[in-house]
Design a protein around this ligand. Structure first.
Ligand code: SF4
Length: 450
């Protein structure tokens, strides 16, 4: 058996840096690397630095210099790495530099410069992990948990407070998915707009480039991967406006899934919804001014405890004004453990259901009107299924499983995961019918799509 590759390790700084070092060492050992006690027997050296005060910075720079002199192959991590380009200016020969608390970035650099020893079990798993979705689209989870306490929801008590994944880790997963053939990334979380709040928007690294853990920065970086990027569960905070120009410029899909849940201020307050004080109609109009083709999807709850007929009508008026493209609506249903169950004025089941039906009837007309504007247009679609009768595909306006589809006639030559250009022939309240645009080979279409 080949000898395990050896990594030397120098750990400087405070207890937080020590914990980071322990994390890196644990991972190195778990992946089969050996830890070398001397520079000369190591295949490369990781130096975890401190940048707290001048003397600590100097000590770190000296340690990097010593490792370069004794070994020559050095990866730098830790607080000094986060201080601009001071490491590279002093020691241009270092292999990679990351900031503190950057386990994934350090491991990526180690893998790049000292390949991981072969593990007959772990190596059976593809780099993008095991996916349950079709090969051409994948969900990209950017955080877990939620800091809000909506009264109808028990997710925070099940999954805890918001815990965002480091941006470098998210970007590497996205990159691996794209390398494995994924053409559409569906960004999910409980609250995508809050991404990075818990990390204090900490800077991470992707491809050696610093990136902040913020929704706008993440959307921009994902937009560079050349695939469809679709944002789900975005709450209408003012900073969401930053991603709309990315949609207008074609960097990410002009699609936003914003769970408004209601339109009445009083009900939204009772629900304790995030951004309940925002002027949502004003925001929607502003988004459409910047990106006229944006598809807006939302969900609502009808028959929340205490909802009056007047407040429900307010919601219907909102829908008529907002003309959202896609809407889902649930009749309020008490979840065991949810605070809303204690609110006075619970409505009978029939009233909740009747309101849900009224809402959906109204919305069907609105959705049908919105979809009709596509008739006669040529659009790009991503093919999901093919049968003898034709193909089922989706446009930028259709998220898998929850939105409508585009039925393409006579398209048996297409394969799932193909891009296609289609001319829209007709529409209903949910779906479009289309035919392939003649003379556009799949190859040329695919080239344009990437
Ligand atoms: S419904 Fe509210 S509390 Fe539940 S996950 Fe969404 S934002 Fe968080």
């Amino acid at each position: 058996m080949a000898a395990a590759p050896k990594v030397g390790f120098v750990s400087l700084g405070c207890p937080k840096a020590l914990v980071d070092s322990e994390g890196i060492l644990t991972r190195l050992r778990a992946e089969g690397y050996a830890i070398s006690p001397t520079y000369d027997r190591a295949d490369l050296v990781v130096v975890n630095t401190c940048g707290f005060i001048e003397s600590a910075m100097q000590e770190s720079l000296d340690a990097i210099g010593e490792a370069l002199e004794e070994n020559g192959r050095v990866i730098v991590t830790g607080c000094l790495g986060a201080k601009g380009d001071v490491v590279r200016r002093t020691h241009p020969k270092v292999l990679a530099v990351t900031g503190p608390h950057a386990l994934e970035e350090v491991m990526t650099a180690v893998h790049e410069h000292l390949p991981k020893p072969h593990d007959p079990f772990a190596d059976l798993v593809p780099p993008q992990g095991i996916k349950l979705t079709p090969r051409h689209y994948a969900y990209l989870k950017i955080s877990e948990g939620c800091n809000h306490r909506c009264t109808f929801c028990i997710i925070p008590s099940l999954r805890g407070d918001l815990a965002s994944r480091p941006i470098g880790e998210v970007m590497r997963e996205a990159e691996n998915l794209v390398k494995a053939g994924v053409k559409e990334l569906l960004v999910i979380s409980q609250d995508t707009s809050a991404y990075g709040v818990d990390l204090k928007y900490r800077t991470g690294f992707w491809g050696g480039r610093p990136l902040r853990a913020r929704m706008g920065d993440l959307a921009k970086a994902l937009g560079e991967l050349g695939v469809w990027v679709r944002l789900h569960y975005v709450y209408p905070y003012p900073h969401v406006d930053e991603v709309i120009p990315l949609m207008a410029d074609g960097k990410i899909l002009p699609y936003i899934d914003v769970p408004f849940q209601h339109a009445s201020r009083r009900i939204l307050k009772l629900m304790k919804r995030p951004a309940s004080g925002e002027n949502n109609l004003g925001r929607i109009r502003a988004w459409r001014r910047i990106c006229p083709d944006i598809t807006i999807r939302s969900t609502f709850i009808a028959g929340f405890p205490g909802e009056t007929e007047g407040e429900f009508r307010e919601l219907l008026d909102f829908l008529e004004e907002a003309e959202l493209d896609r809407v889902g609506c649930f009749a309020y249903s008490p979840v065991p453990g949810a605070k809303a169950n204690e609110l006075p004025g619970a409505l009978p089941n029939e009233v909740r259901e009747e309101r849900r039906e009224r809402l959906m009837r109204l919305q069907e007309k609105i959705s049908a009107k919105r979809l009709k504007r596509h008739v006669g247009r040529t659009i790009k679609v991503l093919v999901d299924e093919v049968s003898a009768g034709g193909a089922v595909a989706r446009s930028s306006a259709d998220a898998p499983e929850i939105d409508g589809v585009v039925h393409i006639e006579e398209a048996s030559k297409l394969k799932p995961g193909d891009w296609a250009q289609v001319m829209i022939l007709s529409s209903d309240a949910h779906d479009l019918r289309a035919r392939l645009v003649p003379g556009k080979s799949k190859r040329s279409v695919a080239a344009r799509a990437s």
